[in-house]
Structures are given as C-alpha cells and as structure tokens.
Ligand binder design. Structure first.
Ligand code: AKB
Length: 312
C-alpha cells in the first residue's frame, strides 16, 4: 500500500516543520496537513490542507477515507502551562484525540500512528539526573498525567490489538519558524526573539533551572526516524526517552552573549517554575539509540548561532 500521511495539528510548533520535512521526503500531495485553524504559512499553499478538529472522530475518519491515509502523526495537544489553567479541557483534548486515532488504527483504517509524549511524564519523585527509560513516574501536572495515561493506552493498544503506535518523550523544543504555545520550556524560544529585539529578556524560570532541550531539526529527525524504523526494532510501545542537551536560562543567556555582548537577562518567576521543578534535568536515551539508531546533532552554541542568524 502506498504511503499517505495525515498530520493533525499541522499549524503548531512541531507540526509546521514536520509537514514541511515530510512533504520534501514523500511529495507535497502525499502529506495532508490539518489543523483546527487556518495557517498562513506555506503548509496551506504547498499541499492538501483541511480544517480538522482532533476531537471529532467522524471528521478524522472522513479525511482518512477521502485521502486514503495510511499513517497519522497526531501533533495536537494542550501543553503544560495552558493545561494548568484549563485542566478538564486539556485532559479532554489530549485523551480524546489520542483515542480517536488509536481507534482508527484498531479498526485497520490506518497502519501506523505517531503520538508524542513528553518529559512531563516524569515527576518530583523521578531521579532527575540521567533519568532512565523505566523509572518512577508520578507526574504532578495535568499535561504530565495526560501524557502518562496516553503512554499506557498506546502500549495497551499495541499489546491487545496490535496497533503499530510509536512515540517519543520530547524535551523542550526550540525553533525559529513557529513559536511554541503554552509550554513551560517556551522561554528557550522567546529569549532569542527578545535578545534580537530588546537585548533583554525577563525569564519566568530561575537562572539555574536546568531542563532537557532539543533543537527542532533533531526532534523532526527523531520523529521521522522512529516512524521509518522497522517494526521489529521498536521494542518500547509506551514512549522512548530522547535527549540532546540540557541547559538553564543562565546558560542560554551566556550563549547569546557570545553574539550579542550587551544582552541582559533578568528573572521574574511565575507558576511555570513549579512545573519545571518537577521535571528531570537530563535524560538517558540509550534505548532509543540502541533500538532504532537515534543520534542527536545540535549543541546549545550551534543552535544559538542558527536561531540568531535566522531570526535576524
Ligand atoms: C511543555 O513545556 O509543556 C512542552 C513539553 C516539555 O512537553 N514543551
């Protein structure tokens, strides 16, 4: 059967870049981009685009049938900070959208599913340094709880119904094309915008709050990499740890200062500090490297160079 991909949440931070990369790989018409809102980017002009609500199972099924979809990347979700403001809405969106897609795979209407998990599945009782693949997971945020429940459901659908679902636990993601929305790691994107615009940034996380992070190119490579890997090599059907680098606001600020010496950072902590305090500082991703050949490329300084060059 020929590959035809559906991306749900294609206008978001990851969806935008994922759509572009998949279209380059497989051809524009093979990748159907959908989102609840219209996007003004090339996503709409360069290939098929449909308005689609991830909560609407019938609408998703219609698109799957219309375009003869074989795989779905489900990128729609409410992230950690917004989810704390709208707990029930976040739970409903994050879980219903996943069930909608898993169900289509269970009914054999599609062959493969990608669903993103997050470092938010870990919590205050998790070992925070070099966090192992299998460890204590007691998330204390709504987003983290929904991602952990999602992981369990993915594994359940694989074990019980043979659904080929693949997942990675994204760290904070940084890119210059699209802004993130509603996450705790969003500062690591905003800081570059503000550095160029105002030469100053006020961080909502403290100087020493170290979190696992990744440049978007690496995240896209991992996402497509796990989906392209032979089925037998995917040994974990809940979600894979994934790591590239770890840094804190002070360290990004030092990296920016190498290009903009007058850059200043100040700190005004808000509710997101509490969320960050429950997440690991670094992640052990040996299993992903061993099972399907994951390898990261970008370091903090390389990313800073790219971010500043492109945002300029
Ligand atoms: C967030 O901050 O909520 C996300 C994530 C780490 O999943 N970027």
């Amino acid at each position: 059967m020929k590959k035809r991909i559906l991306i749900i949440g294609a206008s978001g931070q990851i969806g935008t870049e994922l759509t572009a990369r998949l279209r380059k790989l497989y051809g524009n018409h093979k990748v159907v981009a959908t989102d609840i809102r219209e996007s003004d980017s090339t996503i709409v002009s360069e290939g098929p685009f449909e308005i689609l609500d991830a909560m609407d199972s019938e609408a998703i099924q219609d698109v799957v049938i219309q375009y003869e979809i074989t795989e779905i990347y489900l990128m729609a979700a409410m992230l950690s900070a917004t989810a704390e403001k709208f707990p029930m809405k976040a739970w409903n969106l994050n879980m219903t959208s996943l069930f909608n897609v898993l169900q289509l795979a269970k009914e054999n209407k599609i062959k493969k599913v990608f669903w993103p998990s997050s470092i938010a599945v870990f919590g205050p009782t998790t070992p925070p340094i070099n966090t192992p693949q299998n460890t204590i997971m007691e998330p204390s945020t709504v987003y983290g709880i929904s991602k952990q429940a999602g992981e369990r459901w993915c594994e359940y659908y694989f074990n019980r119904y043979g659904v080929d679902v693949r997942s990675i636990r994204y760290p904070g993601l940084i890119s210059y094309t699209t802004q993130p929305g509603g996450g705790t790691t969003d500062y690591a994107v905003d800081i570059y915008h503000k550095a160029l615009k105002h030469k100053k940034y006020i961080s909502f996380l403290s100087a020493k709050t170290t979190l696992p992070m990744m440049y978007m190119d690496d995240a896209i490579k991992a996402t497509i990499g796990i989906m392209e890997a032979p089925k037998e090599s995917i040994k974990i059907r809940n979600s894979y740890n994934l790591s590239a680098m770890s840094f804190n606001p002070e360290e990004v600020s030092e990296s920016i200062k190498k290009h903009i010496p007058e850059f200043e950072i100040d700190y005004k902590l808000d509710f997101r500090q509490k969320i960050a305090d429950t997440w690991p500082q670094s992640i052990n991703d040996d299993q992903a490297r061993k099972d399907w050949g994951w390898k990261h490329k970008f370091s903090l300084d390389e990313m800073t160079q790219i971010m500043l060059d492109n945002l300029r």
